[in-house]
Design a protein around this ligand. Structure first.
Ligand code: GUN
Length: 285
């Protein structure tokens, strides 16, 4: 019988741990604050931001919301970031992506002070991860590591295949698995024989964005499958990159969609805010 990894339960555990540490900080007179910037009115982004605020309320983190119209200029946005960078009461700054057309995402993300980059998207954070220095790690891949560790799944020495090479999931995921001493392969849309690659995987992590693309023909018997995909079926049902029902009989562990990796992202964001506040209590460089 496959282990179905319960991301809802594990994310709740993490949020409860964060909540009690946030309360302890508050008792010492140190509030934890996350600033969230939303530009424009992309409906999906609005839902994400609402969920982040809800998690802040639950964990006791103060959230400051900055909502700007879609025609906001890059300079105005950079000005907001600069103001938040120098505000000592702000521990984390998150700019919800995607940004409206015409705004240079790299420039905006690059303007966030790395000590407040709780999304882990800023180039200094990304560089720190790749050379093994401390820094914030992108929340979804960090959540995958927590899911594996808290489910008792060993990573060291395992063959890990990550499908997808995005800056937010695929690339940091590969770096984290490498840091955990896995042997890591990154596959992507131009990979020549994907099945040949994925069938080597002890741990297969998908971040593809194609509904139910991965069936059992891509798997080695007994593989652990972590599905970072959030897609819709033609009928509008939420589903992952993996054909869950098809692969279930051949895997040793799997994350469902919904209820697997998804809830971990926000839990890890809350944890990053806490880490930022603790670092600033110790004194930022
Ligand atoms: N858009 C989709 N996912 C994310 C995320 O994790 N962080 C931000 N800032 N924007 C996103």
């Amino acid at each position: 019988m496959a282990l179905v990894i319960d991301g809802k339960r594990i994310s709740s555990e993490i949020k409860d741990e964060v909540r009690s540490e946030v309360a302890a900080l508050k008792e010492r007179g140190r509030a934890v604050t996350l600033a969230v910037i939303l530009v424009g009115d992309d409906p999906a982004s609005k839902v994400y931001v609402r969920n982040k605020k809800k998690a802040c309320e639950y964990t006791g983190i103060q959230s400051v919301s900055i909502e700007l119209p879609a025609d906001t200029s890059e300079d105005v946005l950079l000005g907001e970031i600069s103001r938040l960078n120098s505000d000592p009461s702000v521990d984390g700054i998150l700019v919800q992506l995607p940004l409206p057309e015409g705004i240079d995402e790299h420039r905006v993300i690059g303007a966030i002070d790395p000590s407040k980059d709780v999304d882990g998207f800023e180039p200094v954070s990304v560089g720190a991860l790749s050379i093994g220095l401390p820094g914030f790690v992108s929340c979804t891949p960090a959540g995958v590591i927590e899911l594996l560790k808290r489910s008792g799944i060993g990573i060291e020495g395992k063959e890990c295949v990550v499908i997808g090479r995005s800056n937010i999931v695929g690339k940091p995921m590969a770096m984290l698995m490498l840091r955990e001493n896995a042997t890591v392969t990154v596959a992507h849309s131009r990979t020549r024989d994907l099945r040949e690659v994925t069938r080597r995987a002890d741990i297969l992590i998908t971040a593809i964005g194609r509904a139910r693309m991965i069936d059992r023909s891509y798997l080695k018997e007994g593989a652990v499958v972590i599905d970072c995909g959030i897609n819709r079926t033609p009928e509008g049902k939420l589903c992952g990159d993996v054909d869950y029902d098809d692969v279930l009989p051949v895997v040793s562990a799997i994350t469902p969609v919904p209820g697997g990796v998804g809830p971990m992202t926000i839990a890890m964001l809350m944890n990053n805010c806490l880490l930022s506040a603790k670092a600033s209590e110790r004194g930022r460089q």
